[in-house]
Ligand binder design. Structure first.
Ligand SMILES: [Zn+2]
Length: 219
């Protein structure tokens, strides 16, 4: 009887050590997985990490067509000044933005004719490139038709930061029919105008101010 008890305890002890081993491994792997959350005071996000995270977030929410190029980060790794590094990264993104392809295609989402106003057809003709008196009505119609999104860079737009691009430019005889008009953001309008006429300036782009503020706000 005594012997059996002894054996029994011996087996029970072995079971416990296997169990506690499994438990320990489980706890350890949890600690390793969530080490950054548990020891957050050691793994403090560096200034550069924070900037990159904010930049990435900004691109995702505001400029969905732009992708952050991590290879470029390697190219400028010898840059000693962290701010210069950040500006270089932003300029790289803006170059990407300026190079976005744009195919000014005829919009297939036409507006029902009962939505148009009486002077519509008359004012659609291009007379000396002058904006027609019902220009705002046209702009609003395009704003709704193109779902408040820049048709080039996909930025979500407010009426104040939107512009219109003509599929066939006015200078080349394009008219004011809604089918010839496309909704774009101010920046994309500037870039497309610059492609047609190199005297136009692309120095002041909203995207530049928008992204540069991520560096400046850190002071
Ligand atoms: Zn745009």
């Amino acid at each position: 009887m005594e012997n059996l008890n002894y054996l029994g305890n011996e087996y029970l002890g072995a079971d416990f050590s296997i169990l506690s081993m499994i438990l320990l491994i489980g706890v350890l792997s949890l600690v390793i997985t969530f080490r950054k959350k548990i020891f957050f005071f050691i793994y403090k996000e560096t200034d550069m990490d924070l900037f990159l995270r904010q930049l990435d977030e900004k691109l995702k929410t505001t400029y969905p067509k732009l992708k952050f190029d991590f290879r470029y980060l390697d190219k400028i790794q010898d840059e000693p000044n962290p701010d210069a590094k950040k500006y270089a990264l932003i300029d790289n993104i803006i170059n990407q933005y300026e190079a976005l392809e744009f195919t000014a295609k005829h919009s297939n989402k036409s507006i029902p004719s009962n939505m148009l106003w009486s002077s519509y057809a008359f004012n659609s003709k291009n007379i000396k490139n002058k904006l027609p008196e019902d220009w705002l009505l046209r702009k609003n119609a395009i704003f709704e038709r193109d779902e408040k999104i820049c048709q080039k860079c996909s930025k979500k737009l407010q009426p104040k930061d939107s512009d219109i691009l003509f599929v066939k430019p006015l200078e080349k005889g394009g008219d004011f029919y809604l089918e010839n008009m496309i909704l774009v953001c101010n920046d994309c309008a500037k870039i497309e105008k610059y492609k047609l006429d190199k005297t136009q300036s692309v120095k002041f782009l909203e995207i530049r101010e928008d992204l540069y503020s991520l560096v400046k706000d850190h002071y």
